[in-house]
Design a protein around this ligand. Structure first.
Ligand code: ADP
Ligand code: MG
Length: 147
């Protein structure tokens, strides 16, 4: 078992595949960071903790998929934090702690079905992260400015 797994890197631009418009913006990691993760990390949806520029640590859901920009030869790792930011975060430092696995990647018949699934993922993430064991990870020194 490889979890919890920690990663950090600059937030870069993705495809802007409308996730912001759907109310589900995802902060994308650059390829180097994705490559630094274990190759055995399954694609799918995870939950965990994340912060930006060593600020408050928020709950998050994370998608690990195949990145069409690299002809699906490289993974993409996208973090949606369960927090409303009032500005863009591009160029800022994102730190994540991947705590648990929710489900494999799926394709959906409609945008509506996709959004429904993501909303369910978010509810599951919130619940799992309330367990004492998982909540402890929110305090990890990894998230501090000078760990
Ligand atoms: P992109 O394709 O460039 O990743 P998105 O539509 O996925 O565009 O939006 C992602 C951007 O939205 C992030 O890089 C970040 O700057 C911003 N953002 C705002 N709120 C959040 C949030 N709660 N979680 C993740 N990113 C957020
Ligand atoms: Mg994104």
């Amino acid at each position: 078992n490889q979890l919890p797994l920690y990663a950090s890197g600059e937030i870069v631009r993705g495809f802007g595949r409308g996730s912001k418009e759907l109310g589900i913006p995802t902060a994308n990691f650059p390829l180097e960071v994705v490559k630094s993760l274990p190759e055995s990390l399954l694609t799918g949806v995870y939950y965990g903790w994340a912060n930006v520029d060593s600020g408050p640590v928020h709950k998050m859901v994370l998608s690990v998929g195949w990145n069409p920009f690299y002809n699906n030869t490289e993974k993409s790792v996208e973090t949606h934090m369960l927090h409303e930011f009032n500005c863009d975060l591009y160029g800022q430092l994102l730190k994540i702690c991947i705590v648990g696995y929710l489900r494999p990647e799926k394709s959906f018949d409609s945008l509506e079905a996709l959004i429904t699934a993501i909303k369910a993922d978010i509810e599951h993430a919130k619940a799992h992260l309330e367990s004492p064991e998982n909540k402890k990870l929110q305090e990890a020194t990894f998230f501090a400015k000078n760990p």
